[in-house]
Design a protein around this ligand. Structure first.
Ligand SMILES: *Cc1c(COP(=O)(O)O)cnc(C)c1O
Length: 702
């Protein structure tokens, strides 16, 4: 009798558990670990659903655990094609080909090699195959399991064709540009582009015409506004560009847009496609940070491969997307994907592959490719949505906690950090404080994350409703210091000091600007991990308010730079803030980026000068003294966010003849140089600027 009740209870529990799995839509293969239960005790739906039984009384526990890993053959429908092929290859061939370590054997012949072997593990080395192993096909001709794997990516990511790339989205961008743009052709380029786009333009010898992104008072990068994407605006941009105006063919052949921006602002891609598609046949979305978009309905319509690929045809532009699957999906570093939808003026596979082969290695590391494929498998079906829901929920919990803390301190007239997000949102006709919006609404309703053009908090203008959306998983923490009108407050706390404090506690933000810190919530985030961050921010506030000694709070700083030894946290924060105000860092940055610089030669010609050594390294005062003109040889991009202030071939001076006192780029660099000299340990990183003994030097064309 007692046995009967127990079994009924077990049966109900199993039933309830299976219901939960079904509702979540999770494609987990349920394994049942059973004690003395017999099959007759199980509910029929469990028998149908279960993959296998692991009898705890029959196997030792560790063996049972390893039995839970799906193995090739039995569960191959759970594993993607290339991984299946590699796992199934148990045999060992006598290899007379590379790699020379021969499945790891060579490592066993020396102590350092053995340490390497044991540290990284046998399977990594055993799966490091040469391209001569025919059974896996070839990445370069997309055959065999390699080709199958790429077709699998295409299905999962919604493209017509997808490509595995093993040298990052840097390589992906260069491949696409080389396949689509020829010498002297015009390409429309988001000025907010990654440096690999610059490299692709140099290699293609193309003429870039820039699409200017917006910026707000924090210097955050917003979208390119629709007015700049309209055909008339593009025609004006081409006519006003001295190099493009002379191009043999005035029509742009290709356009590149970074989606989302570094600060997590996502485009309404369907609208961008419609607007840019009026001028150009081929659109290229750099979605390095956005591989997950397809797998959660919150992002519907906001990524390049949106909707059904079957509905994309010759009436639409050809669309390329680039994704760094290692950035926010789960692939290993270097893994990237290219997705293509053919439309007007396509670059069909055979021609595209010439460029692919020109950039790809002939010896790719298979574990990188498999990790790319597995990152797709992890997202496939509704598993991806469940994982992303958890990730977004973590980010939302953090954002709401920050909003609550900010409000609590404000009620007591005290400062605290905030998250860059609306204070209130409209929910069913009512205005609700962000912290009080129910979680499920924030998880399900994209309209709660789209930027209202009328709202003040974001500081962007000139875009329509439903054009830009804030990505919940990219959380920007703001520090006090910037007023709502864009000017500086009387007091403030520089974010780089907060970053140094957090670093000393093992917390590393993705990027730090003057008054903002960016934190990314990836699928790898641990539940509740954000609480260590709010704890650390609260600890910072406490230490800052009592001016705790730097020697205790940021010990590394005082150890390396003796000048800070006697100071407190607030002493340093206040003096940095005063220097930022005095040097007008924020205003000068805004001015430096306000107007597009004057192009004197194409990036490719500037690069040729570099190769021929027809360049000179100049300090800022030497550059200012150039009577004729001062043309950047390598380009200059302050980091973050790494947007070029000058591209190679562009002049430091707005007008020929040189007017250093009015050259905004020069003035901003001078201000950065002065700040860096006063605050060692807080120097700015600027690509294209070499710093020696506190002096900034740039490479100019002679
Ligand atoms: C990081 C990044 C790249 C390059 O990606 P890698 O995979 O690191 O080579 C390209 N574009 C953008 C916008 C990026 O942020």
């Amino acid at each position: 009798m007692h046995h009967e009740t127990n079994n009924r209870h077990t049966r109900q529990t199993i039933d309830a558990f299976l219901d939960v799995l079904r509702v979540c839509g999770i494609a987990l293969p349920p394994f049942l670990t059973a004690g003395p239960l017999v099959d007759a005790d199980l509910p029929p739906q469990a028998l149908a659903w279960m993959r296998d039984f692991i009898r705890l009384h029959q196997r030792a526990a560790p063996a049972a655990a390893s039995g839970c890993v799906p193995v090739a053959g039995r569960d191959s429908d759970l594993l993607p094609p290339l991984f299946t092929a590699i796992m199934a290859f148990q045999g060992h061939e006598y290899a007379w080909h590379t790699p020379g370590h021969a499945g790891g054997n060579a490592f066993l012949k020396s102590p350092a090699g053995r340490a390497f072997y044991h540290y990284f593990g046998e399977s990594l080395l055993r799966s490091d195959f040469s391209i001569s192993v025919g059974r896996f096909g070839s990445l370069l001709d997309h055959s065999g399991p390699m080709g199958e794997s790429e077709r699998y990516l295409a299905r999962v990511f919604g493209s017509h064709r997808s490509y595995h790339v093993t040298s990052g989205s840097s390589e992906s961008n260069r491949i696409i540009l080389a396949a689509s743009v020829a010498r002297g052709q015009i390409v429309l380029v988001d000025r907010n582009c990654h440096k690999s786009v610059k490299h692709g333009i140099i290699m293609a010898n193309a003429i870039p015409v820039y699409l200017p992104p917006s910026r707000n008072r924090y210097g955050m990068i917003g979208p390119i506004c629709p007015e700049h994407l309209a055909p008339e605006a593009i025609a004006t941009g081409i006519a006003q560009n001295a190099l493009a105006a002379r191009a043999a063919d005035p029509r742009p052949v290709h356009a590149i847009v970074t989606n989302p921006t570094y600060d997590g602002l996502i485009y309404n891609v369907a609208l961008v496609e419609e607007l840019l598609g009026r001028t150009v046949d081929r659109l290229h979305f750099d979605e390095a940070w956005f591989g997950y978009a397809r797998f959660h309905p919150l992002y519907a319509g906001r990524f390049a491969m949106h909707g059904d690929p079957q509905n994309h045809g010759p009436a639409q532009p050809t669309v390329f997307a680039v994704q760094s699957t290692h950035k926010l999906l789960t692939a290993l570093s270097q893994a990237s994907m290219i997705h293509v939808r053919d439309g007007r003026n396509p670059v069909e596979h055979a021609r595209f592959n010439e460029s692919f082969m020109m950039h790809a290695t002939t010896s790719p590391l298979y574990p990188i490719i498999v990790s790319n494929e597995v990152s797709a498998a992890i997202m496939d079906g509704r598993d991806g949505q469940a994982l992303l829901t958890d990730t977004i929920a973590e980010a939302v919990a953090f954002r709401q906690a920050m909003a609550r803390l900010h409000a609590d301190f404000a009620a007591r007239d005290q400062w605290f950090f905030n998250c860059w997000q609306p204070d209130r949102v409209r929910l069913d006709g009512k205005s609700v404080p962000f912290a009080e919006v129910p979680m499920h609404d924030l998880l399900e309703r994209p309209e709660l994350w789209t930027l209202d053009p009328e709202a003040q908090w974001h500081g962007f203008t000139n875009f329509p409703a439903n054009y830009v959306m804030l990505d919940p998983i990219k959380a920007t923490v703001t520090t006090p210091g910037i007023a709502a009108n864009g000017g500086m407050e009387q007091t403030g706390i520089p974010a780089p000091l907060v970053a140094a404090y957090l670093n000393a506690r093992g917390i590393v933000p993705e990027k730090t600007a003057n008054f903002t810190l960016l934190f990314l919530f990836s699928v790898g985030i641990a539940p509740g991990q954000w609480q260590t961050l709010t704890d650390a921010l609260l600890a910072f506030k406490k230490d800052y308010d009592v001016n705790a000694p730097l020697a205790r709070t940021v010990p590394e700083l005082t150890r390396v730079h003796a000048q800070y030894a006697g100071l407190g946290l607030r002493d340093l924060g206040e003096s940095m803030f005063r220097a930022m105000a005095e040097l007008r860092l924020s205003e000068l940055m805004a001015e430096a980026f306000a107007l597009l610089p004057r192009p004197v030669m194409t990036p490719a010609v500037a690069y040729e000068k570099l190769v021929r050594n027809e360049v000179a390294s100049r300090s800022l005062s030497q550059a200012a003294g150039q009577a004729a003109d001062c043309v950047a040889a390598t380009g200059i991009a302050p980091y973050p966010p790494g947007i070029p202030m000058l591209m190679p071939g562009e002049s430091l001076f707005p007008e020929p003849g040189g007017a250093p006192q009015t050259a905004p780029v020069l003035r901003y660099l001078q201000a950065l140089e002065a700040f860096d000299r006063r605050f060692p340990g807080f120097g700015h990183e600027t690509h294209g600027v070499a710093v020696a003994q506190g002096i900034y030097r740039i490479l100019c064309v002679q």
